[in-house]
Design a protein around this ligand. Structure first.
Ligand code: G1P
Length: 297
């Protein structure tokens, strides 16, 4: 029986330069997919998986993100008075339990591994999750919940995994598979952003992790790796080398790379089409748009 995973780290210190000028004043994680900020999707997924403590690794300019998690009693009161029950419910659903969130600053942008290591003091001797909110994953069961369920049998470290086109592998952490058991694979190697043509496979790491406390120890003494940054992948690879049990989990669901403009737009369309209140209008519009573009060609 594994210890329960109840803490999650959300590395949200990135500057979001790909979304400038918007990210001059709006943290990337507050940008909305339909009507909910990116971070809300990550929180909902974490809650579904049983996470009770949420640790944000932030940086300068992220105060809107911290404010987002404040309760809004005046707004709630106004909605109540106006009988706007649905909106009120939606708002209350985003409320976090007092004391369940901690913020910690990453003072220097030294990489994902460094961001996770910044949260070390808040962690106990127990497994924890890491969620990268840029990777939005739509599925019947949340990706992290699927992983937590699988982890109950495996223990060790687990990363979400997905096949990507071979020519895209160098944008990811990539797994070298020891044994392929279907949704679960055991790992014999891991490499962060391999040079083109050198990736051990096209099975990429996606931004969901369940990690042992040993990872934090590894990070504490770790040298910088790909791109001159302290890489989380390298800290996990150290466990692979020790044969400590590292698994990839091929989740069920559609992943959107909301760290890229194209991915963000695709997610916006897909989430809009999945909404009862929007799908008719949106799909009619898209059909008309495509038809008129074809006619113009
Ligand atoms: C990070 C990780 C990488 C992983 C990716 C998934 O990279 O370092 O291993 O494959 O997230 O989105 P980043 O996209 O931050 O460069």
């Amino acid at each position: 029986m594994q210890r329960k995973v109840t803490k999650a780290i959300f590395p949200v210190a990135g500057m979001g330069t790909r979304f400038l000028p918007a990210t001059k004043s709006v943290p990337k994680e507050i940008m909305t997919l339909v009507d909910r900020p990116l971070i809300q999707y990550a929180i909902d997924e974490a809650r579904e998986a049983g996470i009770k403590e949420f640790i944000f690794v932030t940086s300068r300019g992220k105060s809107a993100l911290e404010d987002y998690f404040d309760h809004a009693p005046q707004l709630e009161q106004t909605l109540r008075e106006k009988g706007k029950t649905k909106l009120l419910e939606e708002l209350e659903r985003s409320n976090m339990e007092s004391g369940s969130i901690a913020y910690i600053r990453q003072h220097k942008a030294l990489g994902l591994g460094h961001a996770v290591a910044c949260a070390s003091r808040l962690m106990a001797d127990e497994p924890f999750a890491v969620i990268l909110p840029d990777d939005v994953i739509a599925g019947e069961v949340g990706c992290l919940k699927q992983m937590v369920d699988a982890y109950a049998d495996t223990g060790g470290c687990m990363v979400a995994a997905m096949e990507v086109p071979h020519d895209k592998a160098s944008s990811y952490g990539v797994l070298d598979v020891k044994e392929d058991m279907g949704s679960l694979v055991s790992v014999k190697g891991m490499v962060e952003k391999p040079a083109p043509g050198t990736a051990p496979s096209n099975l990429a790491v996606i931004g969901r992790y369940i990690l042992t406390p040993q990872i934090l120890k590894n990070l504490a003494s770790q040298q910088s790796g790909a791109g001159g940054e302290i890489q989380l992948t390298d800290a996990i690879a150290t466990e692979v080398a020790k044969d400590a049990g590292v698994y990839g989990y091929r989740f069920q669901g559609q992943r959107y790379d909301c760290g890229s403009k194209a991915g963000f737009l695709q997610a916006t369309v897909a989430f809009g089409l999945a909404r009862d209140d929007l799908q008719d209008e949106l799909s009619n519009y898209l059909e008309e748009l495509i038809a008129s573009r074809r006619a113009a060609q």
